[in-house]
Design a protein around this ligand. Structure first.
Ligand code: AMP
Length: 147
């Protein structure tokens, strides 16, 4: 099996996220690899609502989302002993940003959950599927079971 050197954990702060985070940490320890974390704030907050209505882009809401995400990311990084310079808080499309951060930082393994917030919205394809398709490195989708 390949000796991974840089592992990227993609988190959406959804239920069962700890399972994915713990697995990424365990693999990093096992391979003595660097561990980084990425979270992407969707630039269309309407996607988070599931109301199916069109909410115009709202700068205050976006700033609030970024601030909340930063806090959670910092907390998780402390828990996993990941230094701040290896945490990425991005805005945009999660699938695109996860792959970009991985490529720009010589990541050789991306760890994510088999599904998350958008797990049931399979019409457009899930984040996990898309990252698997476009990443140029290995991808581990940690199996998450529905309650
Ligand atoms: P999904 O395919 O969207 O249901 O999500 C599958 C997995 O992709 C999640 O368990 C996370 O590990 C990752 N993921 C989803 N959305 C994001 C996001 N906004 N930022 C970082 N990782 C994400």
């Amino acid at each position: 099996m390949e000796n991974y050197k840089h592992i990227l954990l993609a988190v959406d702060f959804y239920e069962q996220g700890d399972l994915v985070a713990n697995k990424a940490k365990a693999i990093a320890v096992k391979y003595q690899a660097k561990l980084s974390i990425v979270h992407v704030v969707d630039n269309l907050p309407v996607m988070d609502t599931n109301y199916g209505i069109d909410i115009p882009f709202n700068m205050d809401l976006t700033t609030e989302l970024m601030a909340g995400s930063k806090k959670r990311l910092t907390h998780l990084a402390e828990k996993l002993a990941v230094p701040t310079e290896r945490t990425w808080l991005e805005m945009g499309s999660p699938k695109t940003e996860i792959v970009r951060v991985a490529q720009e930082n010589d990541v050789d393994l991306i760890v994510l959950g088999s599904h998350g917030r958008h797990g049931l919205a399979l019409l457009l394809g899930s984040t996990a599927n898309s990252v698997l398709h476009y990443a140029t490195c290995d991808v581990l989708a940690v199996r998450l079971r529905d309650e």
